[in-house]
Design a protein around this ligand. Structure first.
Ligand code: S3P
Length: 446
C-alpha cells in the first residue's frame, strides 16, 4: 500500500489518536495471568496488539472483543496457560516477541515464536542471554534471531541484572520471567525507560520495589484482575505534534494523551526546538498520567538533542527528523544507535528519504545531523515497511512544494489503524494510492 500526500495543509480541530501500544500489550498479558476478570477500554486495535491478543487466545485464555476498544479478559492465573497448538505468529511486533520470551520461559510447555521479515531480523539475544542466566532455555536462529523456541518446564531463579542497553522490552521480559522465578529478580537500567510494566504490575496488586533505576520483584505472588483504561498513544500523537508545529496556521488539540514521564521526550525535544505545546487538563487514569495537548504552529530552531532524552523519545525520532528538517539551523542527534535495530534501520531509512526530498541529512553511527531549510521538493520515498517512517513522511508534505508518495505503508496498521482518515480530518491531503491505481492511470494515459 502507498500513501500519496498533496503538498501543504493546515492541521486544525480536536482529535483522539488510538490507544497506547505498549499499554495495550501489557493489559492483555497481565490480564491473562491474573486471577479474575480484566476489563480494558481504549485498547489499540492495531495489528501488533492484536497479535498479542491472539497469542493468549491460542493459549486457552477466554478474551472477548475488541469491540470499539473494549476487551474483557478472563484471567487464568499465573499457571493456567495451555500449550498452543502451533507456532505463535507475532507479525511485526517486537514488543510481543520480547515480552513473551520472558513470560513463556516460566511455563510448563514449549512454544515457538515467529514473525515477519522485519521481526525475524531483529536482535533477540538481548532477552535470550539474561533469561538464560535465570535458567530459561530459548533456541534461536543463527545470529540470535527469530524463530525462537522457548522450552517449558525449566525452573527459573532470580538474578540481579544490569541492562547493557536502555530497553523497556528487555526489562519487562525479565520482570515477567521474575514472576515465575525463585527469589528476587532485579533489573537496573542505564537510563530510565518506559515503566508501564512496573505500573501495571503494581496496579494488579503485585508488589514491585523501585529504588532509582533498579526495579525488583519477588517470584511466586499473584495478580488480581481489574479495570484498565488505555490512554491515547503519545507515540501516535507525535505525528500531529510535529505536523501542527510545522504547518503554518495550525492549531490542534490532541485529547487524552498518555503523559507518563518515561514517554514525554518528544514534547520536551519539540519545546527545546521552540514548539508551542500546551499541556492541558492533566489528570491520572488507571495509574498513568494523561493530558490534552494543544499545539499551534511555531518557528522551530535546530538543537543538539540532549542524550538523556533519547530513551524517552525512542520511537519518535522519524517524525522528529522531519521537524529538524524545517528548523532553522542544524539539529544533531547522538547516542541513539538503538534506532538502527527498530522495525527498520531508522537512521539509514530516514536519511535516505530526507536526502531524496533535497534535505541535508547525514547519518552517523549513533544518530543524525540534519540542516533545516524552509521547504523541500516532493517525490517518492520508501518506508521499508516501517509504520513510523511512513507516517513521518506524510507530515513532511506540509512543507513540500510537490506531492510526496510513500511506498510500503501497510504496516501503519500495526500501531495506528485509521491514520489516513484521522490525518485527513485534521487537514492533511492524504490518500491511499496503490499499485492497481497506478496501473490504471498508466493504461488511461495517452
Ligand atoms: C516498547 C519499548 C521500546 C519501543 C517499542 C515499545 C515497549 O523498545 O521502541 O516500540 O512497549 O516496551 P525498546 O525497549 O527495545 O527500546
Amino acid at each position: 500500500m502507498e500513501f500519496h500526500v498533496r503538498p501543504g495543509g493546515v492541521l486544525r480541530g480536536r482529535l483522539r489518536v488510538p490507544g497506547d501500544k505498549s499499554i495495550s500489550h501489557r493489559a492483555i498479558m497481565l490480564g491473562a495471568l491474573a486471577e479474575g476478570e480484566t476489563r480494558i477500554s481504549g485498547f489499540l486495535e492495531g495489528a501488533d496488539a492484536l497479535a498479542t491478543l491472539r497469542t493468549f487466545r491460542a493459549m486457552g485464555v477466554d478474551i472477548d472483543g475488541p469491540h470499539q476498544g473494549r476487551v474483557t479478559v478472563q484471567g487464568v492465573g499465573l499457571h493456567g496457560l495451555r500449550a498452543p497448538e502451533g507456532p505463535l505468529d507475532l507479525g511485526n511486533s517486537g514488543t510481543s516477541m520480547r515480552l513473551l520470551c520472558g513470560l513463556l520461559a516460566g511455563q510448563s510447555f514449549d512454544t515457538t515464536l515467529t514473525g515477519d521479515a522485519s521481526l525475524s531480523r531483529r536482535p533477540m539475544r538481548r532477552v535470550i542471554d539474561p533469561l538464560a542466566a535465570m535458567g530459561a532455555v530459548i533456541e534461536s536462529g543463527q545470529g540470535g534471531t527469530a524463530p525462537l523456541t522457548v522450552r517449558g518446564g525449566q525452573p527459573l531463579h532470580g538474578i540481579d541484572y544490569e541492562l547493557p542497553v536502555a530497553s523497556a522490552q528487555v526489562k519487562s521480559a525479565l520482570l515477567l520471567a521474575g514472576l515465575y522465578a525463585r527469589g528476587r529478580t532485579c533489573v537496573t537500567e542505564p537510563a530510565p525507560t518506559r515503566d508501564h510494566t512496573e505500573r501495571m504490575l503494581a496496579g494488579f496488586g503485585y508488589p514491585v520495589q523501585q529504588e532509582g533505576r533498579r526495579v525488583c520483584i519477588e517470584g511466586g505472588g499473584r495478580l488480581r484482575g481489574g479495570e484498565i483504561e488505555v490512554p491515547a498513544d503519545i507515540s501516535s500523537a507525535a505525528f500531529f505534534l510535529v505536523g501542527a508545529s510545522i504547518a503554518e496556521g495550525s492549531d490542534i488539540t490532541l485529547e487524552h494523551v498518555g503523559m507518563n514521564p518515561t514517554r514525554t521526550g518528544v514534547v520536551e525535544i519539540l519545546r527545546l526546538m521552540g514548539a508551542d505545546i500546551q499541556v492541558l487538563n492533566e489528570r491520572e487514569v488507571g495509574g498513568e498520567p494523561v493530558a490534552d495537548l494543544r499545539v499551534r504552529s511555531a518557528p522551530l530552531k535546530g538543537i543538539a538533542i540532549p542524550e538523556a532524552l533519547v530513551p524517552l523519545a525512542i520511537d519518535e525520532f522519524p517524525v522528529l527528523f522531519i521537524a529538524a528538517a524545517c528548523a532553522e539551523g542544524e539539529t544533531l542527534l547522538t547516542g541513539a544507535e538503538e534506532l538502527r535495530v527498530k522495525e527498520s534501520d531508522r537512521i539509514a531509512v530516514m536519511a535516505k528519504g530526507l536526502t531524496s526530498l533535497g534535505v541535508t541529512a547525514e547519518p552517523q553511527p549513533d544518530g543524525m545531523r540534519i540542516v533545516g531549510q524552509p521547504d523541500w521538493s516532493g517525490g517518492r520515498v520508501h518506508s521499508h515497511g516501517d509504520h513510523r517512517i511512513a507516517m513521518a513522511f506524510t507530515m513532511a508534505a506540509t512543507r513540500a512544494r510537490e506531492p510526496i508518495e510513500i511506498e510500503d505503508c501497510a504496516n501503519v496498521n500495526t500501531s495506528f489503524p485509521g491514520f489516513v482518515e484521522l490525518a485527513g480530518d485534521a487537514g492533511l491531503a492524504l490518500s491511499r494510492g496503490d499499485a492497481e491505481r497506478r496501473a490504471q492511470q498508466r493504461s488511461n494515459s495517452p
